[in-house]
Design a protein around this ligand. Sequence first.
Ligand code: SAH
Ligand code: SF4
Ligand code: F3S
Length: 474
Amino acid sequence: MCQETERQYYYMDRARQHVQALTQQLGRIPTCCVTTFGCQMNARDSEKLAGILRRVGYEVTETEDADFVIFNTCTVRDNANQRVYGRLGELKSRKKHNPAMKIALCGCMMQEPAVIEKLRSSYRFVDLVFGTHNIFKFAELLCRSFEEQGMIVDIWEDTDQIVEDLPVERKYPFKSGINIMFGCNNFCSYCIVPYVRGRERSREPMEILREIRQLVAEGVVEVMLLGQNVNSYGKNLENPISFAQLLREVEQIEGLERIRFMTSHPKDLSEELIQVMKESKKICRHLHLPLQSGSTRILERMNRRYTKEQYLALAEKIRREIPDIAITTDIIVGFPGETMEDVEETIDVIRRVKYDNAFTFIYSKRTGTPAAAMENQVPQDQVKEGFDRVLKVVQDTAREQVARYQGQRAQVLVEEVNTQDERLLTGRMSNNTLVHFPGPPELVGRIVTVLLEECQGFYYMGHMVSEKSLAKSL
Ligand code: SAH
Ligand code: SF4
Ligand code: F3S
């Protein structure tokens, strides 16, 4: 165990004593709630926060009516920030009724100096604030918040540290995210992530494989390898290794059934990766390949480092090599200088690639990014018109794409009892499409074979044909 990990375990023991005292004072076990905003990487960080909170003696709950509430924030678009401020207002009134309550904030938004200033001046009721680079110090900071008065703020500019082996409380017993790298070096001109997550750092393959083996021993059957640009994984390690090589190693892990990953930057997607995916029995038939824009002119201004033609050629090659793959994407509408002709180019790519799903975002100006200083910010009504047009095409093509398996059998990992109808189970196909079908709750976490009876837009209704994963199915 590394020195920093040991240090944090020391603080966990110390925090446990504070929580024990609080338990006595309250006459019950104190509760905590971790609320996640943003991407899968934040969701994984939240599992680490919850792991520490549980270890020091809190009961983890889903409600913010708790004794310790932490918001793990996102700042990728301005509406993510606004939601945090809105929710903080609600917490303030909760704290009035529960003076022992502690409120903490962490995550990407905290790396912005303007946010910290605002918190210091208008949100004094917050107890603890830290950022993305020192999240591994959570136990230590938690201790300080028991031992010191007033708001504790600890934000680092950057870090090269990767602290392994801290406790984790997983949301699902049967699937898990795994960080394979942190940060981003791409500096797409609209994006704040490189500023708030720091430079790209890959974890050692040995550490990743060890973690996955451990998860499999605990019952995990599906892993999602996480990074802002997984295709550049391993390039900066002392002993460099490619992402495709890492996947080959992960594939060998016995008992692991499914491998997913995100996100793939098109500029770094290698021929080797396509071959590994093609040959693999475990890598899921899904590739998230963010397009952002279909206009070469805009792509250049976005600093994406591929052209429309290069993207189309890549997508075509992937479809040719792996015909049953689902391709999904992210699209931004309203980037500075974007015209309706540019939007048409994006629509053209959507029609040609035929995405199974696409997340469409309205461009959000992020302070400090090159795009924020660009002229020709697009007027709102034009953005709205472009957005609606893109969304319509996305929905039409996705519906067609998703429906192409109607009548076939598919292997489905059962994820939960349906939230609307408890007679139904909800699971995911290898290509990430959701399927609902009647079945008993005991099947949650298992891979079963389901007949895809009816496609209803973006998901299927079906019925189970076997409680096993039959090889002759999707
Ligand atoms: N690393 C991933 C993306 C992470 S952010 C990648 O390169 O694909 C997730 C998505 O948010 C991006 O793909 C982009 O579509 C969107 N996004 C990022 N910054 C944005 C901004 N300023 N305004 C609107 N959408 C943005
Ligand atoms: Fe942002 Fe681009 Fe990095 Fe993705 S690759 S996180 S969009 S800078
Ligand atoms: Fe948001 Fe940070 Fe993820 S800004 S999208 S939570 S890396």
